[in-house]
Design a protein around this ligand. Structure first.
Ligand code: HEC
Length: 140
């Protein structure tokens, strides 16, 4: 009886997490770490940073592809009616977030340093564009 109860609780809470993570939780637990990986690999592979960019090991490209894929998933959730916020900027920036994540993922899989660096830079601007309008401007 006790075990069954715990099992149900676990299923219910998993279901809730899967169905309605808050934007804040997604940003903190997925977007921030994944975009940090993407920004750092983007710098490592940028041909503008010299010839070493071509020597990046497979694991870094794979990490970038996986991070970009996570961002793409979040971007899709941000575009659902549950999370969309009023105003055109949300729809535009959330869609662009997904498009840029897809570009970054494709570039990482193709090991195209210039394209990955471009997508990572554009993603940085994209975060700022959405935050400027929708993120509460607090001290942090
Ligand atoms: C479509 C809009 C949108 C995009 C795109 C977006 N964010 Fe956010 N982000 C938000 C909103 C809204 C909040 C505020 C959530 C809250 O406090 O309720 C937020 C909050 C955050 C936070 C603070 C979380 C906390 O602990 O309070 C971080 C970090 C963050 N975003 C990182 C990023 C990064 C990095 C990117 C780009 C790679 C990005 N976000 C792109 C909408 C967006």
């Amino acid at each position: 009886m006790k075990r069954a109860g715990l099992g149900i609780l676990a299923i219910v809470s998993l279901g809730l997490v899967a169905a309605t993570p808050s934007v804040k939780d997604e940003m903190k637990s997925v977007v921030e770490p994944a975009s940090n990986i993407l920004f750092s690999v983007g710098g490592e592979v940028d041909p503008a940073n010299g010839p070493d960019a071509a020597k990046v090991i497979d694991a870094r490209w794979a990490a970038a592809a996986s991070a970009a894929s996570q961002l793409r998933t979040v971007a899709a959730v941000l575009q659902t009616p549950e999370q969309a916020k009023p105003g055109d900027v949300w729809a535009t920036t959330a869609k662009q977030f997904g498009d840029l994540a897809a570009q970054a993922e494709a570039a990482a899989k193709a090991k195209d340093g210039a394209k990955l660096a471009d997508a990572a830079n554009a993603l940085g601007d994209n975060c700022t564009a959405c935050h400027a309008k929708y993120k509460p401007q607090t001290a942090s």
